[in-house]
Design a protein around this ligand. Structure first.
Ligand SMILES: Cc1cc2nc3c(=O)[nH]c(=O)nc-3n(C[C@H](O)[C@H](O)[C@H](O)COP(=O)(O)OP(=O)(O)OC[C@H]3O[C@@H](n4cnc5c(N)ncnc54)[C@H](O)[C@@H]3O)c2cc1C
Length: 418
């Protein structure tokens, strides 16, 4: 069986955190794997992330508070969510589906379905890293979410209770206790929640780069080309066509090109509901403050992560066309707001990045075979949870390609659910 599989060739399209995690698991299962990645490892959405293994981040973004506040945020240039001029009409169908997921019954169902995946996310990530000799890429501290007032926390309480009911560990503490845990934060936060089962990676870009390095060391190939289309024979894809006009033959294919997966799936007559939602990160080599835990400023809608090379401030939700250029002002606004959390933060010489989260209207990823095609899998739509769910997705994709019995019902992550 292993001998037969070792002759099978898999092409993984996209070498972000999700694609490379699929590639590594498939490689481990005996396949001959090639990753097609036009850019540098991790420079898609992955490198702009907060790098958290955010296991209890299961309540969908369509929760009522987001929808209620969205119009006000969009009118405020410094608000956490914005829509680029010219994008409104295009985003409308997506947004209507998103709004349809704000009903309490949908929130509850989606939270449960995301939790089925995130429940094993930390163990899956730890197992993947241990198998690659990369356990040092994970920090051991939990993440602390900070609230200006008891009222702000009260608005979120039902969601925190829902997370607890699903088995996740959240501990409410006072602002003073939070300041004891993290002496660099402002002393006047009223409340905080310790997200006890979260962890963070030591550096979002190096995380992906190291996965690539080990993949190549173990015989995997990375081709720096962009997939453009597919050659088909009946119900199968036989090759990927690249941007240079060359074709790449394989037995199985995985589309994991982040926000660009939608266009590739459309080449196979598969329509995906997904937006590439821009977020920004600014990192500081010399932040002037010492921080041990990942921090989230609930009201500001951003996170602060201690990376090995310094500190990164990341967040913002911006709907824009896939070709849109970044609006760096939004990154700068986050940095200014970060001083509310860390008054001593030195904000000179920040390095700015942006990435497009591949976000579905129900916040759930798509982990499925393309309908009507036997040998093309989709591993995309991970939204704000790609780093968290990469290892879990890789395991499930490899299970599906290998034909192993699946440990869970995959109906909730199907591509035709919209
Ligand atoms: C500000 C911000 C904060 C975040 N914080 C977190 C967090 O704390 N925790 C968490 O879990 N997630 C977080 N995320 C989300 C996470 O970064 C994404 O979900 C994740 O990076 C998606 O990974 P991916 O591999 O699907 O896509 P990407 O990382 O975007 O990778 C896709 C890759 O496909 C390649 N590609 C594109 N088109 C083609 C093509 N035609 N052919 C071949 N390759 C192609 C691209 O070059 C790219 O490298 C955050 C995101 C942002 C923006």
């Amino acid at each position: 069986m292993v001998g037969l599989k070792s002759m099978q060739k898999v092409i993984v399209i996209g070498g972000g955190v999700v694609g490379i995690s699929c590639a590594l698991k498939l490689q481990d299962d005996g396949y001959d794997v090639t990753v097609l990645e036009p850019g540098q490892p991790g420079e898609g959405a992955s490198w702009a992330s907060c790098g958290s293994i955010a296991v209890s981040e299961v309540v969908p973004l369509s929760k009522p508070g987001t929808l209620r506040r969205a119009p006000g945020w969009m009118l405020d240039p410094a608000g956490p969510l914005t829509l680029r001029a010219g994008s409104a009409l295009r985003v409308l169908p997506w947004f209507l589906r998103f709004a349809g997921n704000a009903r309490p019954s949908r929130i509850e169902a989606i939270s449960r379905e995301i939790s089925v995946l995130t429940r094993t996310a930390l163990v899956d990530t730890q197992a993947l890293l241990a198998s690659l000799g990369l356990s040092g890429l994970l920090r051991h501290q939990p993440v602390i979410e900070l609230y200006d007032s008891a009222r702000d926390l009260e608005h979120e309480r039902a969601f925190h209770d829902a997370r607890r009911a699903l088995g996740f560990e959240l501990e409410e503490i006072s602002g003073a206790q939070a300041a004891e845990m993290e002496p660099s934060i402002a002393a006047d936060f009223a409340r905080a929640v310790v997200l006890k089962d979260w962890r963070s990676v030591v550096d979002a870009k190096r995380f992906v780069a190291e996965l690539h390095r080990v993949f190549v060391e173990r015989g995997g190939q990375v081709r720096h080309i962009s997939a453009q289309g597919f050659a088909r024979e009946d119900q199968k894809v036989v090759a990927v066509q690249d941007d240079r006009g060359d074709t790449h033959v394989a037995d199985q294919f995985v589309i994991s090109a982040g926000a660009h997966s939608r266009r590739l799936a459309a080449e196979l007559d598969c329509s995906i509901q997904m937006e590439g939602v821009i977020g920004y990160q600014t990192s500081f080599d010399d932040p002037g403050v010492k921080v041990e835990h990942g921090l989230i400023y609930a009201k500001g809608g951003f996170g602060i992560t201690p990376y090995e090379s310094g500190l990164a401030v990341a967040g913002s939700i911006e709907f824009a066309h896939l070709d849109a250029q970044p609006n760096w002002k939004r990154a700068d606004i986050l940095v200014q707001k970060a001083k509310r959390v860390l008054p001593g933060l030195k904000t000179e010489d920040g390095l700015r990045r942006f990435g497009r989260r591949p976000l579905t209207p129900d916040t759930k990823p798509i982990i499925d075979r393309i309908p009507g095609i036997e040998n093309v899998m989709l591993a995309t739509g991970h939204g704000q949870l790609g780093v968290t769910l990469a290892a879990t997705t890789g395991r499930l994709i490899s299970d599906m390609i290998t034909g192993r019995p699946l440990p869970l019902d995959m109906a909730a992550y199907r591509v035709d659910r919209f």
